[in-house]
Ligand binder design. Sequence first.
Ligand code: R5P
Length: 315
Amino acid sequence: MASMRLGFVCLGYSCNAARSASQAIGAGLVEAYWKVFPDGESYLRIDGDLGDGVAVAVFTGFPEPSRRVVEGLLLVEALRGLGARGVIAAPLYLAYSRQDKRFLRGEPISVRAVLRGLGAAGADALLTVDIHKEYSLEWFPGPCLNVSPAPAFAEALRGIVEESKRTYVLAPDRGAFPRAKRLGELLGAPFDYLEKTRDRVTGEVTVRPKTLDARGATVIIVDDIVSTGGTLAKAARLLLEQGAEKVYAAITHCLLVGNAVEKLEESGIEKLFCANTVEPRWSKARVVDIGPLVAEAARKLAERLYSYEQEAPRT
Ligand code: R5P
């Protein structure tokens, strides 16, 4: 099968990963021009030539998640206007992904609204990076791929694992356990998650790894998002109190809002590894490039779109 020509267009910080993705597969890249009108509306323009192949609209959901979502819609719409043969929407950090249920009556399933919106704006396919829950992808009306950053984190963390006597990969809760499993398997390290238990007699709550003993171990905490830093700081503190030698974290989307950095500084965490899906504003954060993984996923999605075209019913 002939391979489909790909071109990337990006906005703001997402251009960091988009540049690396485009270089990884020798595809074109256009950085979209954007501004905010005096009344607060967003404006953008794609001033460049992406050809008539499949265009990958790369954007990200932080800071100002609501504005970033609207810009993503506008980017997809603009690409349609330029005559792209297919459009892949690629929100590196998908804002609103945590509201994936009606937790209370009367609430929206926000991620469903965002994904349907991208489809309605003209996106044929969707590429996400470590989406909060993969089942949300079902709400996008087309082919989807969710990129795991684990291979890039494994490469960045390998030195730490080699220097440590014992390394464990831990998820801060059961929900994030598949992430710990994936990274642990790539690093050849045991993996587990932190479990909260309550003593039925005293009522005392303890949080500790479900099966592993953290004493003397180097622990890598893995999660999709660090927002206020509460979850991560608490996990790091607990593990150090339980005798862990060093605690590192590998978090895909480092939002670090409010006083998150202060909380992490105080928690005793050694270093934070963050994917380049959003800009981590902390000097201790080490940025891990997921561009080549995005490129590979975009290539696969483009091939899939192309094969759909080939399979179109004859008239
Ligand atoms: C929750 O389900 C997510 O996976 C993260 O654990 C959470 O968003 C972290 O939030 P924070 O940093 O505010 O504790």
